[in-house]
Design a protein around this ligand. Structure first.
Ligand SMILES: O=C(O)[C@@H](CO)OP(=O)(O)O
Ligand SMILES: [Mn+2]
Ligand SMILES: [Mn+2]
Length: 520
C-alpha cells in the first residue's frame, strides 16, 4: 500500500440535527465532536433511505450501515427487496407460500406467522403482513395463527396497542388470521444470550405456554410497563384454550432482518426436534443466519467485493474492534454478511464493563476499547483498524436523555484520545456515524400532543470527518452517502479500489507541500 495506515472510527448512532430539545449531541459536553462537525472540512453524509439501499424515507440501521461502508456501494437491503415483492404482487403469488398453504388445506394444518408488530422497518414491517394474508386467503386456508412481537424500540414507546389493533383490522378486512399470542421483543428478539427469555418465547409459540392469558390481542398489552417487555401472553379461544403448533404445521418468521430473530428460530428448531415434532416446517421472509436450515421467501443482495476483499488482495492487515453489541457489525456485516475471516484480519471483542441496565453505566467499556484501538494502531503491522464506539446508539435505545448525554461525552473523550494518539503515530482517523440516534431523543406525536421520549434511529445525515496530518481536503459531491466510506478508506491506504465500488471517495489527500501551500 502506498498510502498511510489509518483508523476507521464508527460512532454508532452519531447523527446530525440542529440544536433543539432532545438533541443529546447538541446538549452534552462534547467539544471534540462539536469541533469536527463545525469544521468546514467536515461533511454530512446520507445514511438512510435510498442512499444506502433502504426504501425511501426509512431510517438507517447498523446492519445496512456497516454493510454499505464495507461494500463501498449502496446495497438493496432485505426490507427493500421484500417491499418490492409485496408491491409487485410477487409475495401474494409466491409459489412456496402457495404450495405450503395448499398442503395445509389438504391436511387441516395451521400456518403460524411470527413477527415484530410495528412499522419501524428496521427488523420488520407490519405492512408486509396483508400480502401474506392474501396468499393464505387465495389458497383457501382458514387456520392462520399470528404470534405478535411488540416493539417500543424502533417505534415510540406505548404504541403496541395501536399496532395490534391495526393487525386485528387487517385480519378482519382480508378475512383470515387470528392473534394467538403476544410477547415483547425483549423476550422474542434477545441476542444477548439470555436463553431463558428465548426459551419462553419458543414455548409460547409452540405450546401456548404463557405467564398470562388474554381474550384478545389488545387486552394482551394492557397494564404492561414497556412494549418491549410484554410477558408471554396466550390469546385464548372462548373455551380458554391456547393455540399450539402441531406436527405438520408451518411456521413463517416475518422479520426480514436476521440478527435478533435467529436465536428464536434456532431455539424453536431445537425444541421441535427434542419434542419429536419433526414434520413442522420453518420458513422465513428474509434469509437468516441460523444453524437451522430455514428456506427464505426473498433472497439477499450480493454484498461481496468490498474493503475486506481489497485488503486481503493487497496483503494489508486489518484489526476489528468493538464491544459485544456491535462486534458482528465491524466483522460479519462490514465484510458483506460474510463470516469468512480474511487473511490478515484480526478481531478484538471488548468485554462488558458491568452488568445491569446500560443506562446505569452509559460509558460501557469504552476506555478499554479506546486502549485497544491505540495499541492496535501502534503495532506497526496493521494497515487499518475498524472500530465501533457503540454508546450513543446502545444507550440511545434506552430512551434516557440523561444517560445518552453521558454516552455522548464518553464517546467524545475517547474519540479525542484516539485521534491525539493517531496524530503522534502518523495515522489518519476517519470518523463517521452509521445512522442517527442520539441527536433526536424526543419525538412529536402526530396528534400534536407533548413530545415523548424516543430511542429509535433517525433519517438525519451523519457527520464524517478526516483527522490527519496531511491536511486532507474534502471533495465530497453533494448528497454524498456512507457507502463512500469504503473507497475513501482504500484511497487513504493507497490500496486499489475494486471496480464494483461505485461510490466516490470523499477526500483527496493533498501532498504535505500542498497542505503547506494552503497555509501560506
Ligand atoms: O438494536 C437493534 O436491533 C436495532 C434497533 O432495533 O438497532 P441497530 O440497527 O443499531 O442494531
Ligand atoms: Mn448502529
Ligand atoms: Mn440501534
Amino acid at each position: 500500500m502506498d498510502g498511510s495506515p489509518g483508523i476507521l472510527l464508527i460512532l454508532d448512532g452519531w447523527g446530525h440535527a440542529p440544536a433543539a430539545p432532545g438533541n443529546a449531541l447538541a446538549a452534552a459536553a462534547s467539544p471534540f465532536l462539536d469541533a469536527l462537525v463545525g469544521d468546514p472540512a467536515g461533511l454530512l453524509l446520507e445514511a438512510s433511505g435510498g442512499a444506502v439501499g433502504l426504501p425511501e424515507g426509512v431510517v438507517g440501521n447498523s446492519e445496512i450501515g456497516h454493510m454499505v461502508m464495507g461494500a463501498g456501494r449502496p446495497l438493496e437491503y432485505d426490507s427493500l427487496l421484500v417491499q418490492r415483492q409485496a408491491e409487485s404482487g410477487a409475495l401474494r403469488t409466491h409459489p412456496v407460500l402457495r404450495d405450503v398453504c395448499g398442503r395445509l388445506v389438504r391436511e387441516g394444518g395451521t400456518l403460524h406467522l411470527v413477527g415484530l408488530c410495528s412499522d419501524g422497518r428496521i427488523h420488520a414491517d407490519i405492512g408486509h403482513l396483508p400480502e401474506v394474508l392474501r396468499a393464505v386467503r387465495a389458497a383457501g386456508l382458514e387456520r392462520c395463527a399470528i404470534h405478535a412481537i411488540t416493539d417500543g424500540r424502533d417505534v415510540p414507546e406505548g404504541t403496541s396497542g395501536r399496532y395490534l389493533s391495526a393487525l386485528t383490522t387487517m385480519t378482519e378486512e382480508i378475512g383470515v388470521g387470528f392473534v394467538a399470542g403476544v410477547i415483547g421483543r425483549d423476550y422474542a428478539m434477545d441476542k444477548s444470550g439470555r436463553d431463558d427469555l428465548t426459551a419462553k418465547a419458543s414455548r409460547l409459540l409452540l405450546d401456548g405456554a404463557a405467564e398470562r392469558t388474554a381474550p384478545d390481542a389488545e387486552s394482551a398489552v394492557r397494564g404492561h410497563d414497556h412494549d418491549g417487555s410484554v410477558p408471554p401472553t396466550a390469546v385464548t379461544d372462548p373455551a380458554g384454550t391456547p393455540t399450539t403448533v402441531r406436527d405438520g404445521d408451518v411456521i413463517l418468521f416475518m422479520n426480514f432482518r436476521s440478527d435478533r430473530t435467529a436465536p428464536l428460530v434456532d431455539r424453536v428448531a431445537d425444541d421441535l426436534a427434542s419434542d419429536g415434532r419433526t414434520r413442522v416446517r420453518l420458513l422465513s421472509l428474509g434469509r437468516y443466519d441460523t444453524r437451522a436450515e430455514v428456506p427464505a421467501l426473498v433472497p439477499r443482495a450480493d454484498a461481496s467485493g468490498g474493503v475486506a476483499d481489497a485488503l486481503e488482495e493487497a496483503g494489508v492487515r486489518s484489526l476489528r474492534i468493538a464491544e459485544r453489541e456491535k462486534f458482528d457489525h465491524v466483522t460479519f456485516f462490514f465484510n458483506g454478511r460474510d463470516a469468512r475471516r480474511r487473511t490478515g484480519e484480526e478481531h478484538v471483542l471488548v468485554p462488558p464493563a458491568a452488568d445491569g441496565p446500560v443506562q446505569d453505566h452509559p460509558e460501557m467499556n469504552i476506555d478499554a476499547l479506546g486502549r485497544a484501538v491505540v495499541e492496535g494502531a501502534g503495532r506497526g503491522d496493521v494497515g487499518l483498524v475498524v472500530a465501533n464506539l457503540a454508546n450513543m446508539d446502545v444507550v440511545g435505545h434506552t430512551g434516557s436523555y440523561e444517560a445518552t448525554c453521558r454516552a455522548v461525552t464518553a464517546v467524545d473523550r475517547v474519540a479525542a484520545r484516539i485521534c491525539a494518539a493517531a496524530r503522534d503515530s502518523g495515522h489518519w482517523v476517519l470518523l463517521v456515524g452509521d445512522h442517527g440516534n442520539a441527536e433526536q431523543m424526543l419525538t412529536s406525536p402526530e396528534d400534536g400532543s407533548a413530545p415523548r421520549p424516543y430511542g429509535g434511529h433517525t433519517r438525519n445525515p451523519v457527520p464524517c470527518a478526516l483527522v490527519t496530518a496531511d491536511g486532507a481536503r474534502p471533495a465530497a459531491p453533494a448528497g454524498a452517502a456512507i457507502p463512500s466510506i469504503g473507497p475513501t478508506v482504500l484511497h487513504l491506504l493507497g490500496v486499489p479500489v475494486p471496480a464494483g465500488m461505485s461510490a466516490p471517495s470523499l477526500f483527496t489527500l493533498r501532498s504535505r507541500q500542498g497542505a503547506l501551500d494552503d497555509l501560506r
